[in-house]
Design a protein around this ligand. Structure first.
Ligand code: EPU
Length: 345
């Protein structure tokens, strides 16, 4: 008989393990210190038949009820580098804090990730929603990843095609619970090209010396000026995706609201509009509903003012969605992964 892992805790509070600070209890909480321990865990019949969820910083999840499964916390924190004539390949284990990785690569003289500075969360969580900011996404520098495939009960390597990356989306959202991401390999070309196409970044860099370190500093300043620190005001970053709408609807809205901002969607006949703008116009910026609200400095960020439940978060999300729908005919899609009422993961 396979023994129960020693590092397992029953009825574990997840409040400190999700950046919205929602109260939820996990049936089991297990810390994994080496990849082989996952193989061991998979041999344990009872634990292997329950749902599993990896929680790093919990910066992109909403728990609306207790988690009746196994929460896995990965203490895998190594980073290795391999350099050839063309690029540097960064092998970062899943438990590494994303921003520590960005910082370390810059200190070592490998620029490329600076636009993704200060994004909360771990390396293992980065591919799940294909993190993105200031004009780039993880997929732009992604090479491959190593995961434990729970369906096939084996380790597997997935490349960018396998991961099906798109805007804040990937196969890991399509098939939640199947893959446990263990290591991510990023490829940074040796020839650095600064990415300054995002308007706010471009404007802030005018008259600044052009270097990756400087871009990182500016990105950090921009983020700190509008995104709340989850330690001080619990939140999960952008709560909705920026919606893509068709050209006909965009033209109709633009004739009514001439200041409606827009971005290229990269898809024919589609235009991307900022959810923050729609939410603000619908009257939700800085407005609270019980213990939760939409942040006053960035209307796209749902914040917990203290003591909120997961249900209150979902109720506010639904109110915002329905007001935006009524005013603009645009459906907002929730960005974080929801565990509870809407899904049974
Ligand atoms: N705006 C408003 N009201 C607000 C905030 C913004 O009207 O309260 C309008 C402004 O017109 C502004 C536009 O919305 O020009 C865009 O705002 P911002 O530059 O802050 O970016 P965003 O589209 O709201 C996205 C990402 C962020 C990322 C920033 C910068 C999504 C869902 N969010 O936000 O990502 O940091 O761009 O690249 O794509 C995250 O995913 O958690 C996240 C924070």
């Amino acid at each position: 008989m396979v023994e129960v892992p020693v590092n397992i805790i029953e009825n574990f509070s997840l409040q400190a393990y999700n950046s919205l600070a929602l109260p939820a209890v996990a049936r089991y909480f297990i810390t994994i210190n080496a990849m082989d321990e996952l193989v061991e865990l998979s041999r344990h019949y009872r634990l292997n038949t329950l749902p599993w969820l990896v929680l790093g910083s919990g910066s992109n999840v909403v728990f609306s009820k207790d988690y009746n499964g196994v929460i896995i916390h990965l203490e895998l924190n190594n980073i290795y580098y391999r350099v050839d004539d063309e690029a540097v390949y960064i092998h970062a284990e899943a438990g590494v804090i994303w921003d520590k990785l960005v910082q370390e690569t810059l200190i070592k003289g490998y620029p490329g990730l600076e636009n993704l500075s200060l994004i909360p969360g771990t390396v293992g969580a980065a591919p799940v929603q294909n993190i993105g900011a200031y004009g780039i996404e993880l997929k732009d520098y992604f090479s491959s990843l190593l995961a434990w495939d729970r369906e096939l009960q084996r380790f597997c390597h997935l490349d960018a095609n396998d991961c099906c990356f798109s805007y804040r989306h990937s196969i890991f959202k399509e098939e939640p619970g199947r893959y446990i991401i263990l290591k991510v390999v990023l490829k940074l070309p040796c020839a650095w090209r600064p990415q300054l196409q995002y308007q706010a970044l471009n404007s802030a860099m005018i008259d600044q010396p052009l270097s990756a370190d400087r871009i990182r500093n500016v990105v950090c300043e921009l983020r700190r000026s509008k995104l709340p620190d989850p330690e001080l005001l619990p939140n999960a970053g952008s709560f909705f995706k920026n919606p893509c709408i068709n050209q006909a609807l965009f033209s109709e809205l633009k004739s009514l609201y001439s200041d409606l901002p827009s971005f290229a969607a990269g898809v024919a006949d589609q235009v991307k509009v900022p959810a923050a703008w729609l939410i603000e116009q619908a009257g939700w910026r800085g407005k609270a509903l019980g213990a939760v609200g939409m942040y006053e400095k960035q209307a796209l960020v749902l914040v917990n003012h203290g003591g909120a439940s997961g249900d209150e978060v979902l109720e506010l999300a639904q109110c915002v969605q329905s007001d935006v729908w009524e005013k603009f005919g645009v459906q907002l899609e929730v960005e974080p992964q929801i565990f509870g009422a809407l899904t049974e993961n």
